[in-house]
Design a protein around this ligand. Sequence first.
Ligand code: FAD
Length: 743
Amino acid sequence: MELHEVGSLLEPAPLPLETGWERLASGALHVAVRTDLHGCTGEMLEWWFRWRCTTREYVWWHPVDHVSSTWQGTLAPDTHIGSEHVVREFFSGLPDQDLVIQFRDPAEFFEPDAYGKARESGAVTGAVVGRLGLTHEPPRLADGRVLGGRLLHIARDTGWGAALRSHFFVGLDLPDQGLSPEEVAAQTPEEFGRALLQHAYDEFTFLSRFLPALFVAEHRDTRPRGTRGERAVRRGGGGRLRAGGQAAGDPAGPPRPRRRRRRPAGGRLPAPRAVTHDSEFARVLQSVGLAPDTIPEVTEPYDDRYVWRNGEGRTLVEVDWTGHGESGWFNTYFFHQPSLEDALDRVVAGLPTVRVLRGQEAVALDQDDDGVTLTLRDTAGATRPLRAGWVVGADGANSRVRRWAGLDWQDEGYFHDWLVVDVRPQPHLRFPHVAEQTCDVARPATMVPGGPGRRRWEFMRLPHETREQLDRTESAWELLASFGLGPADAELERHSVYTFQAGWATRWRAGRVLLAGDAAHLMPPFAGQGLGAGVRDAANLAWKLSAVLRGVAGDELLDGYGTERLPHVQTFVRFSVELGQVICISDPAEAAARDARMTAAWDAGMAPPAPPRPALGPGAHTGPAGGTLSRQGRVRVGGGPATLLDDVLGGPGVLLARDAGALGSVDAAPLADLGIRLAALGGAAPGVLTVDDVEGSYAGWFDQLGVDVVLVRPDGWLYGAGDDAAALADGLLAAVRSPAPVG
Ligand SMILES: Cc1cc2nc3c(=O)[nH]c(=O)nc-3n(C[C@H](O)[C@H](O)[C@H](O)COP(=O)(O)OP(=O)(O)OC[C@H]3O[C@@H](n4cnc5c(N)ncnc54)[C@H](O)[C@@H]3O)c2cc1C
């Protein structure tokens, strides 16, 4: 049956293909599944799709295959049409798949007259139809329609329940993208048809077990007693999984639900997290009162080398992670992210300007000229609106805010699965405090500290393994054994397989909505920069948003947030992918060539390439030094102790001159309003703090730049450098008050 023939589903008569799959002329796959929903009605089916199950109920629906469920699109209370179900699910033994199911009006599939008549006559009592995207970011037509496949669930009430006919058209839009029937068929293998058929039969059978009771319970205060659904529940209908054959006319006979490994209730997997941060990140922590040396139980410096070895233990390269970075802190730290988040929570709890709402899920977003309305849903399922001037979508890799705002995603096509294992070695175990990358073709692996008292391992999934095989406690211990670690030596805190990905949002602002963190960019963790990039986003955005909210700046300043940050983060995404390309090699010949190349370079004394140091993209900065990272050094004020300059000034923002005289003509007030103070390394002038550059770091920096004055923004990045302090100050204020367009 082709898509244009689905009108025959409006008739109760059996179709040539009720359960099975067939290859269409275009190469697309048509999968048909007939399921008997005992005790159910078409009305219940439609209600189920507009009830909008959370992950918990989604897992009830298919306790084996379903992983996660969220919703987006138009979430009207009285219809499923317009909503989009964003899910992750397995298909009967195949790897898990991200999907967007966009529910559409039946008029898109059927002749309205014929459909209307079928509803009137009872030939159709429930219809849930839509479009199927095979990722969380499916391609779309200009009007928002998802491209990929189609699905139809058509129900008809009978004496025993609802007869459900589900039809899927997989790969339907691929021919329009120029693919030949053979290419379309290669992308939609028959194995998927079999798995989808089994999955659909299983999930609707599971659903029929609880849907009648759930429907009656959810309507008991609004529906008269004795309705059909209630009678069915009283009879115990809908509770049986039939072991025998289906209704006559099902050519393929009944697929039998198979026993498979259960996933944890609720479908949630333990989330792996960041373990390392750099000097710039440490400076941002310092700015919020969490300087690394004040939280030694959370983060510890790693003043050592990062050693890469091949499978035989030969050194391929040693990356020097020792010493301090220009931000005034160690180049490398290892930390425990949950402990850091707890510490940040405590800081936020002390801020009178911040209200934290926990247990609220944003389920819809609408913006107009004056503000944004978020719809929040609490854990009991109750929704309410929340009005805000601006919304920052820091909602992670599967950001719904990004989708709601219509911001596009550039996928770099990088996917590698790694098992991430966190352990707490027994205190008596003196485990070497090293960071090592094992480039062993038999199993690429990373071993690093995991913050105070912890260790982190990451193991690449090999081509012949499934995620399920790798993501087991026994697998974790087997892999740890090769590092000399067994259950008697350590507590296994968690293990989880994570798909490393690379990409970014092409724009970070749409009207009053902005993106930050993983919502705006994703990178594999080989450079340890994913969370660092999110922290840079926050620092870049905070002072600008604050200026806009206070009316000091025009909102165009926020256009420069994305244009500044995007090129910077792209550099780190690409760098991380390049590291991954060296590490993630499972082909012996390729690995041997890599080893030969790297050992020759190392033996010849060649230093590894330094990590990139990108500047900001176009935005609020000027001149060649503008948009580069500023320095932080130690200073002494009066006869006091040597202190980091940010601690003296209350933050990174500073107009700093070699001599205070250069700042005499600068109007300090508007700069102070942005969080920028006046300071000098010598001389004296009213309103200027003179500091002693005890380590000569600032004088060296001025010499390097060939200037006498630098203007550092509140996020620690240079606005510009030169000799005319007043011109720099005026330039920044103009860039803030009436920002130039940034493309
Ligand atoms: C194995 C691994 C190792 C890593 N190592 C490092 C490292 O060493 N260094 C480093 O810098 N980075 C590292 N990273 C990357 C780093 O962990 C991430 O970049 C970072 O945690 C992303 O933070 P985020 O706040 O942007 O997103 P998330 O941590 O995903 O947080 C998003 C939040 O938004 C909430 N949310 C989502 N949707 C909604 C909604 N609709 N309503 C309400 N709330 C919502 C979620 O519940 C969550 O709390 C690593 C990542 C992995 C997987």
